[in-house]
Design a protein around this ligand. Structure first.
Ligand SMILES: [Zn+2]
Length: 417
């Protein structure tokens, strides 16, 4: 059973935090039809043409329910599912909220509205009609095909699907042959040029170092304007750049520095356009380790301050040492639930610094350029990355054998530079 197209009409009432949906799904296959909905939603009716169909609860999990429909006619592949619910509070780390000045629907709590997470890698199209108050800017990812409301989506929709707010102003720019959409909170609109500059420099530098961003595989950051109740997170999505005001304002007020180290707002998510989304990694920690390492190197380049990288590197040391004293598991063994920042980002990127000390920065950057060239649009595993690196950098198999697997994470004690 496969969903080929969603034709969705969403009526959103920000003040009440409610959502009413009518999803006309085009399906193929002739088995029993199953669909998923977050538990915050109720099914109102299911129709096939004029006929009302019965449904039953098939499986109830913590956050979602699986429904099944038996008596549908497989000659006609169009079903209409109507559902509604209230999403006025944050639930778990999969964000989904409707409030007075912001709508963020992240795959409707993971299930784009009706398919299970594993199926979200499937390619399907969607037509979207949004009923929102006037003056609201709605932002939806996906590649637009033909009419403006029709999109193709081929990636996992576990993060932001729709972001809408009356607080955002929209701009379009061209950079390195890419059309970029930027959405900036009105409150910080005076800094528009500074933000565009930051963003363009990030794209230009990545393009120079790794080659042009491939359309459709690219990732442009979203730092959601979520405000105080929800931490601001960054995501990578096609052609979009949404800026939140919390973190942005902090950087502006602090002269684009965190603890005296320069920080670009857009660089991390932009790098993911090349590594993490452009080239996808089977192990997400590897994408973060690479991105964190590159972020520091590229920050140093963007700021023309040659010692920035060493300052960053040294700023990890204390935090890592402290952390390792409590938990010395290898990066490979850690999950989403552990301290991701310390393990995936800091400890992970530390391994790349160690590698840089052995092979030199230029050769390492050349390796990334080659990996992007050969694997853009594909997914690679740690094993494959390790094999390519060993071959390309003439490393003895011993070098990387335990690289991300050693318990105490030995590289932290090796001499760098
Ligand atoms: Zn990241």
């Amino acid at each position: 059973m496969r969903i080929k197209n969603h034709d969705i009409t969403l009526k959103i009432e920000p003040k009440q935090g409610t959502l009413k949906a009518s999803d006309r799904v085009k399906i193929s296959g002739d088995e029993r039809f199953r669909f998923y909905l977050g538990n915050r939603f109720d099914v109102l009716s299911i129709k096939q043409g004029d006929r009302c169909l019965d449904w039953e609860v098939d499986k109830k999990r913590k956050l979602m329910t699986r429904y099944s429909v038996d008596n549908w006619d497989s000659e006609d592949s169009l079903l209409e599912i109507n559902w509604e619910g209230t999403v006025s509070s944050f639930q778990g780390y999969k964000v989904c909220i409707i409030k007075e000045d912001l709508v963020e629907l992240s795959g409707f709590c993971w299930w784009f509205p009706t398919i299970e997470p594993q199926s979200q890698f499937e390619s399907f199209t969607y037509d979207l009609k949004l009923d929102l108050p006037e003056d609201w800017t709605a932002i939806t990812p996906g590649e637009s095909i033909g009419e403006k409301s029709r999109y193709r989506y081929t990636r996992k929709i576990e993060d932001i699907f729709i972001c809408a707010s009356p607080l955002l102003d929209t701009f379009e720019r061209e950079c390195c042959g890419l059309d970029i959409e930027m959405h900036i909170p009105k409150e910080i609109i005076n800094f528009k040029e500074v933000l565009i500059d930051d963003f363009s420099s990030s794209i230009e530098l990545c393009t120079t170092l790794f080659g042009p961003l491939k359309k459709g595989n690219g990732g442009i950051g979203i730092i959601s304007p979520r405000g105080k109740e929800g931490a601001e997170w960054g995501f990578e999505r096609d052609g979009l750049w949404v800026v939140g005001d919390l973190f942005t304002k902090y950087l502006i007020d602090n002269d684009w520095k965190i603890e005296n180290l320069p920080k670009s707002l857009s660089l991390h998510e932009t790098i993911h356009g090349w590594f993490g989304v452009g080239v996808d990694f089977k192990e997400p920690w590897l994408a973060e380790a690479i991105t964190q390492y590159l972020e520091v190197i590229l920050t140093a380049m963007m700021n023309d301050e040659m010692d920035v990288d060493m300052k960053y590197f040294n700023s990890y040391r204390e935090r890592l040492e402290k952390h390792l004293a409590q938990d010395d598991r290898p990066v490979k063994e850690l999950t989403f639930l552990d301290d991701m920042y310390t393990h995936w980002y800091l400890k992970g990127s530390w391994a790349f610094w160690d590698l840089e000390a052995s092979v030199g920065r230029d050769r390492l950057l050349e390796l990334f350029r080659m990996i992007y060239r050969d694997f853009v649009g594909k997914k690679i595993s740690y094993e494959k990355f390790k094999n390519i690196s060993e071959e390309k950098l003439d490393l003895s198999p011993d070098f990387m054998e335990d690289w991300f697997e050693e318990k105490g994470f030995e590289p932290i004690y090796r001499e760098i530079h």
